[in-house]
Design a protein around this ligand. Sequence first.
Ligand code: 3HC
Ligand code: NAI
Length: 707
Amino acid sequence: MNDLVQLTKENGIAVITINNPPVNALSPGVPQGISEALDQIAQDASSKAVVLIGGGRTFIAGADIKEFGKMTSGKPRGEGLLPFLLKIEDSKKPVIVAIHGTAFGGGLEVAMACHYRVAVSSAQVGQPEVKLGIIPGAAGTQRLPRLAGVAKAVEMCTTGNPVKAADALQFGIVDRIIEGDLLPGAIAFAREAATKPAPKTRERNDKLGNATENAPIFSAARETVAKKQRGLLAPVAAIKAIEAATILPFTEGCQVEQKLFTECLFSDQSKALIHVFFSEREVGKIPDVPKETPLLPVKSAAVVGAGTMGGGIAMVLANAGIPVLLKDADQLALDRGLATIQSNYANSAKRGRFTPQEAEERFKRITPTLSYDDFSKADLVIEAVFEGMALKKEVFKELDRVCKPGSILASNTSTLDIDEIASATSRPTYIIGTHFFSPANVMRLLEIVRGKATSREVIATCMQLSKTLGKIGVLVGNCRGFVGNRMFGPYRREAQFLVEEGASVVAIDKALSDFGMALGPLATGDLAGLDVGWRIRKEYRHLEKPGIRQPFVEDNLCELGRFGQKTGAGWYQYDEQRRAMPDPVVDDLIRKWVTVAGIPQREISAAEIVDRCLYALVNEGARILEEGYALRASDIDIIYLNGYGFPAYRGGPMWYADTVGLKQVYARISEFHRQHGEIWQPAPLLARLAEQGKTFAQLGKEEGAAV
Ligand code: 3HC
Ligand code: NAI
C-alpha cells in the first residue's frame, strides 16, 4: 500500500482510509492503494466486512481534475477506473462506504460500486462532471439510474447539482444516515451487513423502468437542457449515456459512456470549463497579499445612497447576516429604496428562495437613516451615491470625519478614480473600490479596486468579504472603467459601428447570442439604460481625441428619449412584460443618419460581427494585462463570465483568444487596424505573444503581474 491509503482493523471490520488532502481526489495511487488493501483483506479471514472512508474534511471529491489536462495533451489514458470499481463490487466481503463532506464525481462512482452507503446528515453526493464539460466516466451514468431511478439520475447528471444526504436516502443512493460519529456508526452497520449477501448495484434493474415510462423523461430533459444549458454538449451526452443504461446490458452501457466521456473530455468546451474551475480558485491568490494577511472585522456595515445599487448592496450585506445602516440624503429616495428592498424580499419568499420569516429577518437587519449619526459603529461603509467626483469627495470627507479609525471606506463607483476619492480623506490606506454589478443582489461579480495606498489588510478583508457575501471577488487596478467596463466600451463601440456600416440590430445581437453571450450587446445596452453611457460621454467629450471615429446612433436614440427598457424603447421596442421586439422605426432612423454621415453600406457576415466585437474585448484585455491592471488573463475571464454573460464553455474572452490562436487573432486585429484605423492598433502584448507562439494563459504563469 502507499501513503495515500491506510488499512486498519476494528472489531473484525477492515477500515480503508483515504488520505489525499485537500479533497481526497482519485489521484494516481489512490485507486491502486484501495485495490491493494482489498487484496490484503481478502486474505484475512478475521475481517468480515470492509469500511471505506475519507480522512480529513471529505470523502472522495472526484477524479483528479489536473489529470485531465495531461490526458488530453497526449499522456496515455491507462485502463481507467472501471476495472477498479468492478473489483470493489466483486469483493466477497461487503464493502460499506462511509461518506462525509462530498462524494462527488468519481467519489460517488466509487461509492455506488460499494455494496452499501452510509452518510452523515451534512454529507452531499453528486455527479458535477457536466460543470467541467464532461459526463461521469466511471459508470456513474450506469449505476446511478439503477440506484436512484432514471429521472433522478438524469436530473443529477445534467445539472451537476449536489444532493443532500436526506434526499440521497430518499432516492436510495445512500442506505442509512449515521447520527453521531461516522466511523463507529459505519462499523456497526458493517457488522450487520457482514451476515447478509452483498448486493451489486450493476445487477439491479428494478429502477430502470421501461421504454414507455422513460421516453417522456428523456424528451423533457432534452427540452430543458436546450433551454437552460444552451450550447453545452455534456448535458446532452449525459442523457444519451443514461438512455443507454436503460436499453443495454451494464457492460455495453459502460462502453457507450466511455465513448461519450472521451468525446466530451477532448472537446474545447471541457478544456474551457476546466480552465474556469481552476481560474475561480486562482483568482483569490494575490502575490503580495499572502493568505496569512490579518483580516479586519466586518461585523456591521453602512451604505450611503439607497438607489439601485445601494439598495441591492444593503440586501447582500443583510443576507450574509451583517446589520447595515442605509443612508440617503432624501426622504423620498430612502422610502423608495426601502420599498424596493421589501418587495424584492417578498418576491424571493414567494418564489420559495427563503421563508417569509427569513425574509423578514433579513429586512430587519437594514436600518434606514437620513443622518450619519450611527456611522461611528460601522466596520465597513460602502458609498453608492450618484456618479460624480465632486459629490463622492464630499461624501468621503464626511465619512472620514464620522467613521471610527480602522473602518474601511469603499466606493461603488463604476468609473471614477479611487485615488482621487481617497485624497478627500485622512486615511487613504483604508479606501478601496467595491464595484458591484447590477442587480447587486443577483450578480456574482465583485471587482475590488486597489488604490495606490490601499493596505494589504483592507484588500484581504474585502477579498474575504466577497466570499462571505457569496460573490466572486476579483482584484483590479485603478484605471478608467476598471477591467470589465473598460473592455466593454470597445466591445459595444464595435457593435454600434457595425450598425452604422450596414448590419441590422437583430443580426448583431443574434450573432453574439449564437456565439453564446447571454444577451447581445445592443439588447444589453437597452437593459442597462442607454442614458448612462450617453451622460458619461457628454461629460467626457472634451477628452475625446479629435479625428477618432465615435459611434453616434445611441446618442441620437437618447436625444429622442429612447433610453432602453426603462422607457419602453431603445434599440428595440418593449411590451408591458419588457419583451424585446425589433423596431422598424429604428432601422429607418439609422439608415437616414448613416446616409447623412456618408457611411458606405455593405453586407456584413455573422463571423465578422463576432470577430469585431470579441477581438475588441481581447485587444483591450491585452492592454489591461500589459499595464498591470489585472493580475492574470484568467482573472479577466472570471470577470467576463460572472459580470457580462460570457459563455462559460468558451472559458472567457482571453481563453477564447488562446483557443483560436493568438497568431490568428493578431492577424485579424491587424486587418481591422488597416481597415478602420487607430482604434484597432494591436496591443503590444498581443503582438509579442503572437510572434513568440505563446498564449495569455502561459503569460500568467511565467511572468506574474502587478495590480
Ligand atoms: N481534482 C483536483 N483538485 C481538486 C479537486 C479535484 N477533483 N477538487 C478540488 N480540488 C482542489 C482545488 O483546486 C483547490 O486547490 P487549491 O487549494 O490549490 O486552489 C483545493 O482542492 C480545495 O478546493 P476548493 O477551494 O474548491 O475547496 P472547497 O472546500 O471550497 O470545495 C469541493 C470543495 C466541494 C470538493 C470543490 O472543490 C469541488 O466542487 N471540487 C470539484 C468536484 C468535482 O468536480 N468532481 C468531479 C471531478 S470529475 C470526475 O470525477 C470524473 C469521473 O466521473 C471519472
Ligand atoms: P441611483 O441614482 O439609483 O442612486 C443614487 C442614490 O444616492 C439616490 O437615492 C440619491 O438620493 C442618493 N444620494 C445622492 N447624494 C447623496 C448623498 N450626498 N448622501 C446620501 N445619498 C445620496 O444610482 P445607482 O445606479 O445606484 O448608482 C450609484 C453608484 O453605483 C454610482 O457611482 C454608479 O456609477 C455605481 N454603479 C451603478 C451601476 C448601475 O448599473 N446602476 C452598476 C455599478 C456601479
